[in-house]
Design a protein around this ligand. Structure first.
Ligand SMILES: [Zn+2]
Length: 310
């Protein structure tokens, strides 16, 4: 078919009507084909071209390496952005969502910061075996696809959002163990993001936390008040990160009730006794200190003679 108007005119007509493609005769493939409005190139030919290039890369290790190096360089240029993009893509794939939540653009900066701070199993560009144990992932506190039990059957009960409030760094090992259970009754990080009773940072201990604090005291001699302070400080740190995000992102100030910071040791704990001979409650006597000092100096002497022998 003989073209009625120039290619450029056809493209501009299509652009005005709001489409991003238009039909036109392609000299290269000798047929009428769809063309991109953006660069007036034949869609079919462009696809063939990129297929050929991909094939060439597959067969040419040097080209392949060049491309993967370029991709890697781009990835590391803005690691937070790259990891977050990847995570958002995975979230859409897992949940089947077609788009991100409405306030996603507002949160991206904060979320990229979380991803940028994750510990990698690499030191510089080199893999590091020791760091592998500490490698972190961005954890969706309420799982992307969370399962719970309804009428004795395991079912999908929740889709956690890819939002700042639902995100935390977690060691990769733990993240993989954690699975996709949704149990907000026992897991405080699946509760709503606030400091109030029933919230993720409600400072009242859950049954499991209470048991843990008691065990730390009775079995290891860690004072209850110290455990409570640690518990409070960890919750405060996480709550503050969220409150800071809300302040920076939305210009909103969340007031915190000063009583949240009080440290209360409940009366029934006063009667709990730690195993004798444990903990830091008592100062060691002089004899123990002396024996320990002897042991140390002996070890040091051994180390030094070992070094000298080498
Ligand atoms: Zn063509």
């Amino acid at each position: 078919m003989k073209p009625m108007m120039s290619k450029r005119a056809a493209a501009s007509k299509a652009r005005k009507s709001g489409s991003d493609q238009f039909r036109f005769f392609c000299n290269e493939c000798g047929k009428e084909r769809m063309h991109y409005v953006s660069d007036t190139k034949c869609v079919f030919c462009a696809k063939q071209r990129s297929k050929r290039e991909a094939e060439k890369r597959r067969n040419d290790p040097e080209a392949r390496k060049k491309r993967s190096d370029a991709v890697r360089k781009l990835y590391h240029q803005d690691i937070g952005r790259s990891r977050e993009d990847q995570a958002a893509k995975q979230w859409r794939k897992a949940t089947g969502a077609e788009r991100m939540h409405a306030w996603y653009p507002e949160e991206q900066e904060a979320m990229r910061a979380v991803y940028a701070g994750l510990i990698e199993a690499k030191r510089g560009d080199e893999p590091d075996k020791k760091l592998k144990t500490f490698r972190q992932q961005g954890d969706h506190l309420i799982p992307k696809v969370g399962k719970g039990v309804i009428d004795g059957e395991e079912k999908i009960v929740v889709n956690g959002l890819h939002t700042f409030a639902n995100l935390a760094p977690l060691s990769a090992v733990l993240n993989q163990q954690k699975g996709s259970d949704f149990t907000p009754d026992s897991c405080r990080y699946q509760m709503p993001a606030n400091r109030h009773p029933g919230g993720a940072w409600d400072r009242e201990l859950t049954a499991a936390e209470r048991k843990h604090v008691e065990e730390l005291w009775t079995e290891e001699g860690v004072p209850i008040e110290g455990s409570l302070r640690t518990h409070r400080d960890i919750l405060d740190r996480d709550a503050k990160a969220y409150e800071e995000h809300v302040r920076k992102t939305y210009g909103m100030e969340i007031s915190v009730d000063p009583s949240w910071f009080e440290c209360r040791v409940s009366p029934e704990w006063k009667t709990l006794e730690a195993l004798p001979g444990l903990g830091f409650a008592e100062e060691p006597d002089e004899e123990t200190v002396g024996a320990f000092a002897d042991l140390l100096s002996h070890e040091i002497q051994q180390m030094q003679s070992g070094e000298a022998a080498e």
